[in-house]
Design a binder for this molecule. Sequence first.
Ligand SMILES: Cc1cc2nc3c(=O)[nH]c(=O)nc-3n(C[C@H](O)[C@H](O)[C@H](O)COP(=O)(O)OP(=O)(O)OC[C@H]3O[C@@H](n4cnc5c(N)ncnc54)[C@H](O)[C@@H]3O)c2cc1C
Length: 457
Amino acid sequence: MRYQELSYWLSSVDEPLTPRPALPGDADADVVIVGAGYTGLWTAYYLAAADPTLRITVLESEIAGYGASGRNGGWCSALFPTSLPALARRHGRDRALAMQRAMQETVREVGRVVAAEGIDCDWRPGGTVVLARSGAQLGRARAAVEEAREYGLSDEDLVLLDADQAAARCAADGVLGGTYTPHCAAVHPARLVRGLARAVEGRGVTIYERTPVTAIRPGAAVTPAGVVRAPVVVRATEGFTPALPGQRRTVAPVYSLMVATEPLRASTWAEIGLADRETFSDYRHVIIYGQRTADGRLAFGGRGAPYHFGSRTAPGYDREPRVFAALRRVLGELFPVLGEVPVSHTWGGPLGVARDWAASVGLDRASGLAWAGGYVGDGVGTSNLAGRTLADLIRGQRTELTALPWVNHRSPRWEPEPLRWLAVNAGLRLMFSADEAEQRTNRPARRAAAFSRLLGH
Ligand SMILES: Cc1cc2nc3c(=O)[nH]c(=O)nc-3n(C[C@H](O)[C@H](O)[C@H](O)COP(=O)(O)OP(=O)(O)OC[C@H]3O[C@@H](n4cnc5c(N)ncnc54)[C@H](O)[C@@H]3O)c2cc1C
């Protein structure tokens, strides 16, 4: 496999992506981690930093960064897949707020490690601007700020922008207003994950690549080449989790797809803005997300690819010409100044969605089995918090992090097929039709909001 072809990001790292050696045979460790994306590597990083004597082994079926971590939109944000009100309903207001503050702190923490480890990943903490381009979207922007105020978050966390302020940051067509939060950094995601892999190796962690794990059980990770025995086994496999025995209904893999343009001229950037490399989106229902890359491209993504029966993942599923064309069309609607600028790269990848839309991290002390994931599209920052939290849990420490409400949360399992297939795809279609209806009528679509509530999102 040519790993460079998996994303624009993996095609633009300064290394050949030659796989590290595979597991040579049976081995022992103190902690074995399955999956070398951000989750697995942040866990290894903080464990090794806290206790350099630990023998930590990471097993990766392809190469570090093969999954979503090498392909995402590069928003290292404080977004968490469960909304503040939903968290407050389940865990109380104080714990919900503690979660929000921990996420904000996480963005700073990733920036700190990137600097300390010298990871060259185009880190730019320019915040996020979310645009409103219709009356309905403006209503949602206002509601988001009101909700933030109800939870004691200030203008420093989320501020409402009028049309001029929003356009000054991101001059998309027809901007009526928006919101801005400083709690986000744009990052080159593949350079982050590859740099992190080198940083953990520098701390004595062993990474075996091209080593698929066929089963996880208490005390062992099983591969065709041998078994790694360890008292703690961490599952960090996110969208690929359903392929593991016993995990078919743990998360649903939903594909997010992206396009990147050729580098834009300075004059085009002068019209678009994003001068601080703010990440950007708008208040439609079907998520879109973009960033101005350090080399002057627009990297832009969204959902819309179908969910595949039986929670299957396969390389071809991240190539949907219909979705790529739709993404390019939306980019043109946002920024007519782009004209015929060609798309240079198209790609996608699976993210993990738990049945209750709740990310979680945990360790079952009795079995030694640990996990983290279900981040939906918010794993770049959240995986760092997961790694720090797992390091505390595995070392038996009770800390502020281990008291956060997502720790040891157990999401219900997804319905068996065909219900799961029907539900996920119907939900995706409903979101699209809600956006279309809003564009036609300029009135908020209630059905989409009802669906979001149904999912507890
Ligand atoms: C197109 C796209 C855009 C996104 N944009 C953003 C964004 O802008 N901001 C944001 O916060 N989040 C975003 N996300 C989500 C984010 O990328 C993920 O939540 C995050 O990367 C998850 O990291 P992870 O390490 O848990 O999983 P992954 O990066 O998917 O890593 C899992 C690893 O486990 C390996 N693996 C799986 N099964 C096995 C096995 N049996 N044996 C051995 N190894 C195995 C895989 O090969 C993979 O390397 C996006 C996701 C996608 C797909």
